[in-house]
Ligand binder design. Structure first.
Ligand code: ADP
Length: 543
């Protein structure tokens, strides 16, 4: 039997129309260099998005042309998020923290034709621009000097001049909801970066999952601080979710250090925020030293991208009444795939135990674990295997590549994450396949050791990698950043772990570093740490 429902496509234009009319009074608030906040309403974003789409059409953007952004989180970026996909073109958010070579590779691979760039990062774009083969137009925000970008055959124009005088409405086309809306590249820790193309449908459904009560529960009563960059996995869906829900969007621009963030929270009173654990760790330490700031407006803090230490969640909750919620996902999963929100009817210890996991899949996403031969493993919280995932906002291939067995398995995405699942579907991620430490044929979870070490009062950061060992093949090496004024010895730290993990997990190799190297999205860069070790650049103490 055919359904009697209307066949209305799920598109970003629908999100834009809804946000800019039903929630026209909600605001995008962007932090300025002088600490003030520039405010634009969703209605204004709607009008300016239409102007941007008209201007892009006029400069030749048609069909599924790619329009790249090279921008921090700000109102213009929100306008690009709205205008580009809604007009049928494809928004490609370039990660401006990548190396020049990576940016050139990615922009050419995506066939970017227009780049919208923040004035503040023109110096990063200028040197690579001559090598971006298909780019014909560069649109620059912030009223800066355009001379460094100018060259023959390239149109370079200020953002406000570009949209000025354009009509404030646009006849958003009827699009196939399965066509590409936006693209994002994985950071390619091994091999070349791979492109993921989100569809209108996947974006729409993912945004609804982000709004859901047991998702990030974004509502019209909220003000959402999107610290996670808009070039990192779709800003975790926060932008479209806010437009759908009518929540204010608070944008920190390029000011992602603890101090400006805390000042912004203190003055603008967001209720929801999203960022990786390293940022929340910095915020916590800043607050310890500057207790006069008030961050208690925050109710729900979404945290993910790497494992969230339990003590971080507990400190936020105990000191500031903030509910830090762990979520798991990846660029390939839009990214929200699972979230750790156990029932509040459970006793406190059980809730904490479950909140330290990567959570349960959100509706729409299925998870399973498989062994090396690809067989399903039971959900008994003991069997450990590769996590595989599928669902309407999970990528089924990479741009320009056939779906191969290395990345996909019987219609499931192979995540490269290793973990276990309990009978209630809570997932505990123990490692990434490439980071797991293989000691004497058994696996040691680098993540578990890191999380425990991060709970030591003298430790600011701890990262654990596997290093070659003659007898055991690999053994853990713990790289530790100590808190100011503290001097724990390797023996102290080892004693701290003793009894919390199997004896043979205890690292005998330790090094103290001033900082753990980070990736472009703020995660521990273990590849770099392994390279530093291989080059003899870490002074390792063996106990
Ligand atoms: P990258 O490969 O650059 O890290 P992503 O940002 O897509 O790219 O990262 C996805 C990976 O981040 C996941 O496969 C997983 O290893 C890790 N990750 C994400 N969320 C969590 C979490 N809550 N706990 C542990 N690891 C996480």
């Amino acid at each position: 039997m055919r359904s009697t429902m209307m066949d209305v496509a799920l598109t970003t234009a629908g999100i834009l129309r809804h946000g800019s009319t039903v929630h026209g009074a909600a605001t995008v608030r962007t932090l300025q260099p002088d600490g003030s906040v520039k405010v634009g309403t969703f209605a204004e974003v709607g009008r300016r998005s239409a102007q941007l789409a008209n201007a892009l059409r006029e400069c030749g953007v048609t069909g599924d042309d790619r329009v790249a952004t090279f921008m921090w989180n700000n109102q213009e970026h929100v306008e690009a998020y709205c205008a580009v996909p809604s007009m049928g073109a494809v928004l490609h958010t370039l990660n401006l923290r990548l190396t020049a070579d990576q940016i050139i590779y990615i922009a050419n691979h995506a066939d970017d034709q227009v780049v919208i760039v923040d004035g503040s990062v023109v110096p990063l774009l200028a040197p690579v621009l001559p090598q971006l083969a298909a780019v014909h137009t560069v649109v620059v925000t912030g009223g800066v000097d355009l001379t460094p970008l100018r060259r023959d055959g390239l149109t370079v124009v200020g953002y406000e001049d570009f949209i000025a005088g354009q009509p404030e409405t646009f006849d958003w086309p009827d699009l196939d909801e399965r066509s590409a809306a936006a693209m994002c590249y994985t950071s390619g820790t091994t091999g070349n970066p791979k492109g993921v193309a989100y569809s209108h449908r996947s974006t729409y459904l993912h945004s609804m999952a982000a709004c859901a009560a047991d998702g990030l529960r974004v509502s019209s009563d909220d003000r959402v601080l999107a610290i996670v960059p808009m070039f990192h996995a779709n800003a975790w869906g926060l932008v479209y979710a806010a437009l759908m829900a009518g929540a204010d969007l608070l944008m920190p621009e390029r000011f992602l250090q603890a101090e400006p963030l805390v000042r912004l929270i203190d003055s603008e009173k967001p209720t929801i925020a999203g960022a990786v654990p390293t940022i929340w760790n910095d915020v916590l330490h800043f607050l310890e030293a500057h207790p006069s700031f008030d961050v208690t407006s925050l109710d729900l803090v979404a945290c993910g991208g790497s494992a969230v230490p339990l003590h971080l969640m507990q400190e936020f909750e105990e000191k500031y009444g903030i509910n830090v919620v762990q979520a798991w996902g990846m660029t390939e999963t839009s990214p929200l795939a699972s979230i750790a929100r156990p029932s509040t009817s459970l006793d406190a210890d059980e809730q904490w135990r479950l909140r330290a996991t990567q959570g349960r899949p959100v509706a729409g996403v299925e998870l399973r674990i498989v062994d090396d031969e690809g067989h399903d493993l039971p959900h008994d919280d003991k069997s450990v295997g590769e996590i595989q995932v599928r669902g309407p906002w999970i990528t089924g291939s990479y741009v320009g590549e056939e779906a191969d067995d290395e990345k996909f398995h019987e219609g499931w995405l192979r995540t490269g994450d290793v973990g276990r699942i309990d009978e209630h579907s809570f997932v505990t991620l123990t490692d990434r396949t490439k980071d797991v430490i293989k000691s004497g044929g058994e696996w040691i979870s680098s993540v578990e050791l890191e999380l425990l070490l991060a709970g030591h009062p003298d430790v600011l950061e701890a990262s654990v990698i596997g290093v070659p060992d003659e007898k055991w093949q690999e053994r853990p090496l713990a790289a530790i950043v100590v808190r100011d004024g503290r001097e724990p010895s390797p023996e102290d730290l080892r004693r701290f772990l003793d009894g919390k993990v199997a004896k043979w997990w205890l690292p005998e190799r330790w090094c103290f570093v001033s900082e753990v190297p980070k990736t472009s999205v703020g995660k521990f860069d273990k590849k770099r740490l392994r390279a530093l070790h291989a080059d003899g650049e870490l002074s390792v103490v063996e106990i």
